[in-house]
Design a protein around this ligand. Structure first.
Ligand SMILES: Cc1cc2nc3c(=O)[nH]c(=O)nc-3n(C[C@H](O)[C@H](O)[C@H](O)COP(=O)(O)OP(=O)(O)OC[C@H]3O[C@@H](n4cnc5c(N)ncnc54)[C@H](O)[C@@H]3O)c2cc1C
Length: 381
């Protein structure tokens, strides 16, 4: 027996959960297939939990136009997530501190922030030191209060799951896809039983698995690259987020009693998508932490590694931090958010694309829809 849905979502990380929730909420029947027994067990949970506000990406991406686009998408995602799940936003009563080491960039940084609508207020070293007495700000050329915050991703995913279920979405966890015929997937359940699900569209939000999955199921190669980066999990170091804007410096966000710290531009291209830690990289990051907190000492600190993916057409292209939506086979849509913060932007685009493709006739077409349909017909003729 085959169970029919409007949309099948494969993969329940941040992107899959939000896609499923949003499609269910517009009244489509949706099933989510997750291969692991728990939802969002990959990068969506192994990240820093930094709800970006455009501050970092407006500055760190070399190409100005691209940087501003990513920053604006982050600002949009930040606002959407704050409104959807206010209970998951941490330390809302404090503003993070952004540090700029390279004073030559000050004018460009401020001009980019103004263009992208990033909120910031320059503060004195004395003001920064009074907020975080244990930190060493002596290498800073400029310091700013900014609106980046931490997000408790477990609470976000709990709410996405709950609201998707209320809208009728079905979740099949620990299910393995065995084969695909057209828009029908054959699955194996955790007990070895088989079932078939069919959709008008299949959305693959499978992160680092996307390339392997497409090769296995469709014999189609997806140009995915893997970028490994590291984090340190340690006891809480500061009352608010503290991060450098410069490359090869530390950036930290906090979750309750714990700080999670990353290293800017630490990502290294790798062949495999595993989570093993590269010792030299972890060491660099620890040195970066000591450059802000010279007396940091935590024998229990944990090094973790995780993999980001990007989708590129040229192998030598710069690492893309942007969202990607592709339809390599008609009806099969691949979606990657770039960052957790960009997931609302990504899911808006997917919902619009799918709504357009599988809309029923109950709602009137706009004149521009009729025009576009007529043009398409003319092209076919
Ligand atoms: C070290 C690091 C730190 C980061 N920090 C931040 C941050 O602070 N802020 C931010 O905004 N972004 C951050 N990011 C980026 C962010 O974590 C990712 O962009 C986002 O989580 C990707 O979500 P996703 O749903 O696309 O993928 P994933 O989280 O990878 O989810 C994919 C899901 O698909 C499932 N799956 C895969 N294959 C199959 C299959 N065949 N069948 C069924 N299910 C399948 C997987 O099990 C998984 O649950 C960070 C990334 C890294 C690596």
């Amino acid at each position: 027996m085959t169970v029919n849905y409007d949309v099948i979502v494969v993969g329940a990380g941040a992107a899959g959960l939000m896609t499923a929730q949003r499609l269910s909420q517009i009244g489509l029947s949706v099933v989510v297939i997750e291969q692991k027994p728990r939802l969002a067990s990959g990068p969506s949970t192994r990240n820093e939990g930094w709800l970006h506000r455009g501050t970092y990406h407006a500055v760190s991406i070399r190409d100005r136009a691209n940087a501003l686009q990513v920053a604006r998408r982050c600002i949009y995602g930040h606002k959407q997530l704050k409104a959807f799940v206010p209970e998951a936003i941490e330390d809302t009563d404090k503003r993070s501190i952004a540090i700029l080491r390279d004073g030559d960039r000050l004018e460009d940084v401020i001009s980019r922030w103004e263009d992208a609508n990033v909120s910031f207020r320059q503060i004195s070293p004395l003001a920064a030191a009074s907020r975080v007495p244990a930190a060493d700000f002596s290498r800073a050329a400029a310091l700013f209060e900014v609106n980046d915050v931490s997000i408790n991703t477990r609470l976000l995913y709990r709410k996405l799951l709950g609201t998707a279920r209320v809208s009728g979405c079905t979740f099949l966890v620990a299910h393995r896809i065995i084969r695909c015929e057209g828009l029908t997937l054959e699955l194996e359940d955790p007990n070895g039983g088989h079932l078939r699900v069919s959709g008008q569209r299949i959305v693959y939000t499978t992160g680092a698995e996307t390339g392997y999955l497409f090769t296995a199921l469709h014999k189609v190669e997806i140009p995915v690259r893997y970028w490994k980066s590291h984090l340190v999990v340690t006891k809480r170091l500061a009352p608010m987020g503290v991060f450098y804007l410069d490359a090869h410096e530390a950036a930290m966000m906090h979750h309750g009693e714990v700080s999670v710290i990353g290293f800017n531009e630490d990502a290294v291209l790798c062949d495999v998508r595993g989570y093993n830690v590269i010792p030299d990289r972890a060491k660099n990051l620890r040195q970066g932490i000591r450059k802000i907190f010279p007396s940091w000492h935590d024998p229990d600190a944990m090094d973790i590694a995780c993999v980001k993916v990007d989708l590129v057409d040229q192998e030598d292209a710069a690492r893309s931090l942007n969202v990607a939506i592709r339809e390599p086979i008609p009806g099969h849509i691949v979606a990657l958010p770039g960052k957790l913060t960009e997931t609302p932007y990504l899911t808006d685009a997917i919902v619009a694309k799918i709504h357009d493709a599988i809309d029923d006739d109950l709602i009137s077409a706009r004149p521009c829809d009729r025009y576009a349909a007529a043009s398409a017909m003319r092209e076919i003729a």
